[in-house]
Design a protein around this ligand. Structure first.
Ligand code: SF4
Ligand code: SF4
Length: 402
């Protein structure tokens, strides 16, 4: 990306500092110890001109304009690792990094592929640029049909917020169909919004497009209000994070759970249905927005351990120290840009960890991950026998007749 100079604004650092006070706990930035722990743990910190601790030092020196002249923030994948380790509990990911990205977006300094995703979302309600009318096409031909609320016009127990990649990406559509099999086997009364569903917008918010995020949230909120349901489940940890933590700030508040939480609560009912032995060493990749951000670590593991024949093994980075797949916070649309600088993908580091512990299956629970890890497997030596499966796919397979 060609980065052009941003006009210096004499009071910009002060104004930026003040704007951070609007972020929850933003005032804590004043308590930074300059210990550098955040920069040390950042997966791409070594490639940033201004990793988080240096950004704060520049802010204090009233030289934040210099940060905006670099492409530092576009190496941030919003993984929350820095926020997690900061001893001063400074909201680095959702505060400092997201606010800085907002400034870059306002100034028009956005890598082309991210700009493309932002424009597609603005026009079509999803970053893939697919037709909103095709949002439920992944469910065509399923028997029984997946209830689309505006067609069935009845209350349901559970509204399934499917999300962008689980709706449109061919690899992840397989995960959606697997989850339908599991929900039907459990007799869950569920429905989806279909064409009325918009992107949850969380990754766009963390990539600096807060205005677009709010617009999408308002549209989803209007759709929710049209129907009667008891709770929302979602396949996407980013949607889960948005619905749980960010939508309520906009007055859109519903009980929401990730599908692994919902299913883990029904383990007693699920276990007798899991008859087929899978006989595999399985390791679980904690998605940043399920684990580190929202503390959901045990439910996915409980589901995997319920599958006959599964031996659960842990990678060296697991739970709160899980390595990011590189897809969050706009990373899905910065792959080319980051590859130019790093010559490695974060997903490849993760695949190497799974290979090191001789896992047969890399289990995932986020729609960004099957395509990212399957791509990484092609690049990592010795990884060709590793298989990537969403937990929903493994459960559905274990339900099949042997
Ligand atoms: S980890 Fe926290 S206290 Fe330490 S340098 Fe980073 S922001 Fe400052
Ligand atoms: S959120 Fe992750 S990628 Fe972004 S600065 Fe923090 S540690 Fe680095």
């Amino acid at each position: 990306m060609a980065v052009t100079m941003v006009s210096p604004r004499p009071s910009f650092s002060e104004a930026f500092y003040a704007s951070l006070q609007e972020v929850a706990d933003g005032e804590r930035i004043r308590t930074c110890l300059q210990c550098g722990t955040c920069s040390g743990v950042c997966p791409f910190g070594y490639l940033m001109d201004f990793p988080p601790s240096r950004m704060i030092a520049a802010l204090r020196a009233r030289m934040f304009d210099r940060v905006l002249k670099t492409d530092t923030v576009w190496m941030c994948v919003s993984c929350y690792a820095c926020t997690q380790v900061c001893p001063s509990k400074i909201p680095l990911t959702a505060g400092l990094m997201a606010r800085t990205k907002e400034e870059m977006v306002l100034a028009g300094h956005v890598p082309t592929e991210l700009q493309d995703a932002l424009e597609k979302t603005l026009h079509y309600g999803n970053p893939l640029g697919e037709s909103p009318r095709k949002r439920a096409d992944w469910a065509l031909g399923l028997d029984p049909p997946v209830p689309i609320l505006r067609q069935v016009r009845r209350p349901v127990d559970v509204l399934w917020f499917v999300g962008d990649y689980a709706s449109y990406h061919p690899r992840v559509q397989r995960v959606s169909r697997a989850l339908v099999r599991v929900l039907n086997a459990l007799g869950v009364d569920f429905g989806i919004l279909g064409p009325e569903e918009q992107s949850d917008g969380d990754s766009l918010r963390l990539a600096g497009e807060r205005g677009l995020f709010e617009r999408l949230a308002e549209k989803n909120g209007r759709a929710f209000r049209r129907y009667t349901f008891r709770e929302i489940i979602t396949t996407d940890p980013h949607a889960y994070n948005a619905l749980k933590n960010a939508y309520p700030e906009l007055g859109i508040a519903y009980p929401v759970r990730h599908y692994t939480q919902f299913l883990a609560e029904r383990l007693d009912q699920l276990r007798p249905l899991l008859k087929r032995e899978l006989k595999a060493r399985v390791t679980f990749h904690d998605p940043c927005y399920l684990g580190r951000v929202n503390g959901v670590y045990e439910e996915p593991r409980a589901l995997l351990e319920a599958i006959p024949g599964v031996t659960l093994v842990e990678m060296s980075h697991n739970r709160s120290t899980s390595l990011c797949c590189g897809g969050g916070g706009g990373g899905m649309w910065l792959d080319g840009f980051q590859w130019e600088k790093a010559r490695v993908r974060l997903s490849e580091w993760r695949v190497r960890e799974a290979v090191a512990i001789k896992a047969d299956i890399l289990a995932v629970a986020c729609p960004y991950e099957p395509p990212r890890f399957e791509d990484a497997i092609k690049m990592v030596e010795g990884a060709s026998r590793l298989v990537v499966k969403d937990i929903a796919e493994l459960l559905a397979e274990a339900m099949e007749e042997a």
